[in-house]
Write a protein that binds this ligand. Structure first.
Ligand code: NAD
Ligand code: AKB
Length: 316
């Protein structure tokens, strides 16, 4: 892979951006990865290379930064996630859609060569298959977040077909990571639970104990993201967004994994509004197209994820 890419990450201070920027800088060189966000990132990202304050809704500034740095690839991560978007549906829709349009326009105006934009398992809804949910199936999301992701997938396909924009996407499941806190999703409990265990505090879970959801350790998600961006264009046969999967577990299952190392750890359950969003999503995902088309191959099972999370959080 040539190191001559210049990469812009928008929404770099969030849960995924933090890990993604650090990995991209390892591969492409620190000065070639420009981190941008409305808020200041963690020290490692801020000090490790260029950082600019950027609002993705400010189309003029997005274009200005792209031209200034001669950006070749954009990763768009700025969005409102499921729980936060549901508190402010109109703003969630506006940010998730207008942000995407501003970035897709960089492709249609041929200012950048490649774009990454993530979708989510939230494109599925109560009428989608619950187990092993296929790539192509009924998608009737009931959250504004899911509706915006499904529309975004349609726009990615449209810009690819109509203007030849090389936009690539995966449907992330709930992501588990230790470098930064999650930003307001339904699956955030799977990160919070580790922070409580490490601090030896009991955890009150906002989902029912038997709520199974598709999840993934961050290293696997970053691997998928960089892998789909690096494969030759002809391997990316789906231009809406690829299902990717590795884990499916419930709060009770992850609790028991953590208890192996923290036997005194306690959990209680008090479901709130997020239960409804979780209930509308599949429990597990079929990712065979990603495996066939570009050799997607996740590495972390639940045991390994739990061990890594506890070890990393203990040392930070
Ligand atoms: P996050 O909320 O942790 O981070 C988003 C970042 O975007 C934040 O740092 C925020 O300050 C920034 N931002 C918000 N508005 C902005 C604006 N107007 N201009 C520039 N930056 C702005 O989210 P994340 O978990 O890192 O998710 C990134 C993307 O991945 C989103 O599209 C999300 O829908 C998708 N996704 C995430 C998960 C997950 O579990 N984390 C799962 C599925 C899909
Ligand atoms: C959320 O819970 O909103 C995200 C997602 C699955 O898209 N983690």
């Amino acid at each position: 892979m040539p190191k001559s890419e210049t990469i812009l990450v928008i929404g770099a201070s969030g849960q995924i951006g933090t890990d993604l920027v650090l990995k991209l800088r390892e591969i492409y060189g620190s000065s070639n990865v420009i981190a941008t966000d409305l808020k200041t990132p963690v020290y490692e990202v801020y000090e490790g290379g260029p950082f600019e304050v950027l609002d993705v809704l400010d189309k003029e500034k997005v274009h200005k930064i792209v031209k200034h740095y001669k950006v070749t690839q954009v990763y768009l991560l700025a969005a409102l996630l499921s729980a936060t978007a549901e508190q402010n549906p109109k703003f969630g829709w506006n940010l998730n859609m207008s942000g995407l349009f501003n970035v897709l326009s960089l492709g249609s105006e041929q200012l950048v060569k490649k774009i990454f934009w993530p979708s989510s398992i939230a494109v599925f809804g109560p009428t989608s298959p619950k187990q092993n949910c296929p790539q192509h199936t009924i998608t009737e999301p009931t959250t504004v977040y899911g509706i915006s992701k499904l529309a975004g997938e349609g726009w990615c396909t449209y810009f690819h077909k109509k203007y030849g924009v090389d936009v690539r996407s995966v449907r992330y499941p709930g992501l588990i990571s230790h470098k930064s806190q999650p930003g307001g999703g339904t699956t955030d409990y799977a990160v919070h639970i580790f922070h409580h265990a490490i601090k030896r505090k009991a955890y009150k879970c906002y989902l029912e104990k038997d709520t199974y959801l598709p999840m993934m350790y961050m290293d696997d998600a970053i691997q998928a993201t960089i892998q789909i961006m690096q494969v030759p264009s002809e391997k990316v046969l789906i231009r809406s967004s690829y299902n990717i999967a590795s884990l499916s577990f419930s709060p009770e299952e992850i609790y028991h994994q953590i208890k192996k190392q923290y036997p005194d750890f306690k959990i209680s359950y008090k479901p709130d509004h997020r239960q409804e969003y979780a209930d509308s999503w599949p429990a597990s995902i079929d990712d065979s197209y990603a495996k066939q088309h570009w050799n997607w191959d996740p590495k972390y099972n639940l045991e390994k994820t739990t061990q890594r999370m506890l070890k990393q959080l203990k040392t930070t």
